[in-house]
Design a binder for this molecule. Structure first.
Ligand SMILES: [Zn+2]
Ligand SMILES: [Zn+2]
Length: 287
């Protein structure tokens, strides 16, 4: 049994152990050394954010029982994708695939901010008035389905090896919990990590209600894409304690924190603001 077979057989167990381990570490860190004061009680946000996560996992398993590793396995068996066509050495193919997948979700993230209909979905992630480990897990189910389809397409085109997909999924999952955590890293460590990895302070800027700050720091795991494409902002203007998290005019907990509110959020209200359909640059942002 080689590494790919072992991963295919144990992927769920491996991922869920890392998931719960990471969540426990970040949650304890948030309890003992929080970066910001909470607006809403933890119980309310956690039950609803995690409720949405459970719903998303159920929907994803139902629609796509093969999952990303299954797609990668199928692609490998059939010799599809760039890495197989060009017979790239295994280790190099893994490294290239992980980096390329991270770049593709950076582009996807820019896209969901730019296109009005997609921003409606992605607003569910941004509408959380607090920023903690569970914020990183809350996405609208339709955005999850779209993300999966984009990821599957990327795996097919790349010919990403199973090992690369497992590494990428673990980085994405653990990374989302790490970089959404309500914690403070030592400034020196934050600075060094940021040359490669997205830190909580870096991603918190992206959750600001301010348009320019929310339209920056799109990266999930690697910071290179924001630096390369000029979407990098070092720190929020208001400071990490003073900045406002969320979306302008969306403060009602029923809309932004309760599960039914999150599910219906994309279909409510007109959106004006900072999207590709914007024609006037001096109007006030409607979120
Ligand atoms: Zn975003
Ligand atoms: Zn986020």
């Amino acid at each position: 049994m080689d590494l790919s077979d072992w991963l295919l057989a144990n992927e769920k167990l491996l991922r869920s152990s890392i998931f719960f381990g990471m969540m426990a570490v970040m949650a304890l860190w948030e309890v003992f050394a929080p970066r910001r004061h909470r607006l809403l009680p933890r119980l309310l946000r956690w039950t609803n954010n995690l409720g949405l996560l459970v719903l998303n996992i159920a929907i994803a398993r139902l629609i796509f029982p093969l999952a990303a590793v299954g797609v990668a396995d199928f692609v490998a068996d059939n010799g599809w994708g760039l890495m197989n066509v060009y017979e790239v050495p295994f280790l190099l193919a893994v490294v290239i695939s992980v980096i390329a997948l991270d770049f593709i979700i950076y582009l996807q993230h820019v896209l969901v901010h730019a296109v009005p209909a997609l921003w409606r979905l992605h607003r569910v992630h941004h509408a959380d008035p607090d920023f903690d480990v569970t914020t990183g897990l809350r996405f609208h189910p339709i955005e999850i389905i779209l993300s999966l389809l984009i990821k599957f397409a990327a795996i097919v085109v790349l010919g990403a090896p199973v090992v690369a997909v497992v590494i990428f999924e673990i980085l994405l999952n653990a990374g989302a919990m790490f970089n959404h955590a309500n914690v403070r890293l030592p400034i020196g460590l934050d600075k060094v990590l940021r040359w490669v990895i997205v830190t909580p302070d870096m991603h918190r800027v992206h959750h600001s209600v301010e348009d320019d700050e929310a339209n920056s720091n799109f990266g999930f795991s690697l910071t290179w894409w924001d630096r390369l494409f000029g979407t990098y902002i070092e720190q929020p203007r208001g400071g990490h304690e003073g900045m406002i998290i969320g979306i302008h005019h969306y403060n009602d907990p029923k809309q932004v924190s309760w599960l039914h509110g999150m599910l219906s959020l994309p279909f409510r209200a007109k959106i004006g603001g900072y999207t590709i359909n914007r024609r006037s640059w001096d109007e006030t942002n409607e979120g």
